[in-house]
Ligand binder design. Sequence first.
Ligand SMILES: Nc1ncnc2c1ncn2[C@@H]1O[C@H](COP(=O)(O)OP(=O)(O)O)[C@@H](O)[C@H]1O
Ligand SMILES: [Mg+2]
Length: 251
Amino acid sequence: MLKEAIATRFITPLREGGSLPGLVEADDHGTYVIKFTGAGQGRKTLVAEVVAGELARRLGFRVPRLLTLDLDPDLGLGEPDERVQGLLKSSGGTNLGMDFLSGALGFDPLAFPVSREEAGRIVWFDALVNNVDRSWRNPNLLWWQREVWLIDHGATMIWQHNWPGAEKSAARPYDASDHVLKPFAPDLAGAAADLAPRVTEDLLAEVTAEIPDAWLADEPGFESPDALRRTYARPLLARAAVVHERIEGIK
Ligand SMILES: Nc1ncnc2c1ncn2[C@@H]1O[C@H](COP(=O)(O)OP(=O)(O)O)[C@@H](O)[C@H]1O
Ligand SMILES: [Mg+2]
């Protein structure tokens, strides 16, 4: 289960992000990035963060630790910025938290070295979860302690927004032509050989068990949070075996 904490003070919005994540202090005295249930596509974005982030971590990628942050919407009362105030007020309950990598730099492909092997692993993973948010315009990679860290998986698994069409959607190819790591000659075959066999039913059950019930409850067509968890796992299991042959835009 993800660690749980209670947000006690809103520190500042993180202006770079489109969804306006913020920085909060919590009851354990930690400082965390918070991503709000009230933002954009709401809780599904946060489910995607947990599934993709926890899967990536188990496949050996560096991902900031995730946790849940319980938020009292009254924390927004003193906020001068109306957008921030609105977000806080509409995000009462369980939100996503993440360790704040203090001093991290945005990834710059011209400044930081990435091996063929690592580039291949990241592109393969992004293809698996269909991450459309790792372009050179918007890399969502951080450079921290001389290593690459993966963040922002809210725009992955687009099929979760239309379950009846999910199987078809999940069978589609992945266009990597804008991927920020394309210039590093990603070794996709090597990545697939190592990673694909590790994406098993058991691993996906472990990963989807991390999704908080609160973000799965009352999804139309599903009788329980666990039924929905299994539905999240299925396209990933099917895709893992074949996705490296469906990556386009990289030779
Ligand atoms: N864990 C973190 N540690 C340090 N900075 C972060 C962290 N998460 C996000 N940021 C900063 O906040 C920005 C926005 O976060 P991101 O998760 O990409 O949100 P959005 O969905 O709005 O794009 C990032 O580009 C990065 O600069
Ligand atoms: Mg982002």
